[in-house]
Ligand binder design. Structure first.
Ligand code: SAM
Length: 276
């Protein structure tokens, strides 16, 4: 077993060495509590030999915990100073099986990765968490599990059920890919610098793709929620060509045209797409 101690002291020393001032723009809040990184790894069910993609490894707290669990990690980091330092941090503690890619998670492509990952495990930069998750699921067919730490409200939104106040575009798009479940809350005290929001884990277990085309479903989701207070007959009018046509499609799909978007399940969206 390699050396894992990587807590507040080590992280502050590394930040001093790099003359690093964490930026809000890049969502740089680093986990300084080894108990938390171990919890994320457990929640994701990481096993020896798993091919894991980590987005935003930062100074390496979660990366080290993933390597300790025996994963083969590809880490994608946008900040060149952090991407350049990570291999050394890992090698100094005796770990192997890490590839670092400097790049933007929002531009991720499968071709960038030497190995097809089965899991995405990350403490995501909060301002781009939802697009980063959706991009990874879209680009990487190999992903079976996404288990990430995000702002608590974002975790709630992703895992929300139809009809709830927080249900919306992210909930439906994530549900297109599989089963979404909210994980434990993570207190803000485990980060440096301390953020002004609480965090939570959220997990997506990929299911076989619904028979209906993703882009067709996503266009319906975007249209329905662009006017979430209106009835579906109204909000889907432009997408369908007219309110009458929207009504016809909804009725054929077995959905009440007077219903609002927040009641739509992903099954309903697929039914609408297949009757369009
Ligand atoms: N994983 C580390 C940890 O738990 O301590 C750092 C997490 S920090 C919340 C987010 C990290 O994502 C930072 O290292 C930041 O530089 C990086 N980042 C921000 N935007 C990114 C993007 N678009 N693509 C890849 N990495 C990004």
């Amino acid at each position: 077993m390699a050396g894992t101690e990587f807590g507040a002291g080590e992280i502050r020393a590394l930040a001093r060495e790099l003359n690093l001032r964490p930026t809000k723009t890049l969502g740089q809040n680093f986990v300084i509590d080894p108990g938390t990184t171990a919890k994320i790894v457990r929640h994701a069910g990481v096993e020896p030999g798993d091919r894991v993609l980590e987005i935003g490894p930062g100074l390496g707290s979660l990366t080290l915990a993933l390597l300790e669990a025996g994963a083969h990690v590809t880490a994608l980091e946008i900040d060149p100073r952090l991407a350049a330092r990570l291999p050394q941090t890992v090698a100094e503690r005796g770990y192997k099986n890490l590839r670092v890619i400097e790049g933007d998670a929002l531009q991720l492509t499968a071709e960038q990765l030497a190995e097809a990952p089965s899991k995405l495990v990350a403490n995501l930069p909060y301002n781009v968490a939802v697009p980063a998750i959706l991009r990874a699921l879209e680009e990487l067919d190999s992903l079976e599990v996404v288990d990430v730490m995000v702002q608590k409200e974002v975790a709630d939104r992703l895992a929300a059920d139809p009809g709830s106040r927080t249900y919306g575009v992210p909930s439906l798009k994530a549900a297109w890919y599989g089963k979404v479940s909210r994980g434990p809350l993570i207190p803000r005290s485990v980060f440096w610098p301390v953020p002004n929001v609480d965090s939570a884990l959220v997990r997506i277990d990929r299911a076989p793709a619904p028979g209906t085309d993703r882009e067709a479903c996503f266009a319906i989701i975007d249209a329905a929620f662009s006017q979430r207070r209106k009835t579906l007959r109204q909000s889907l009018a432009r997408w369908a060509g007219s309110p009458q046509r929207a009504e016809e499609i909804l009725s054929a799909a077995g959905i009440d045209p007077k219903q609002r978007a927040e009641r739509l399940s992903i099954g309903d969206v697929c039914a609408i797409a297949s009757h369009a």
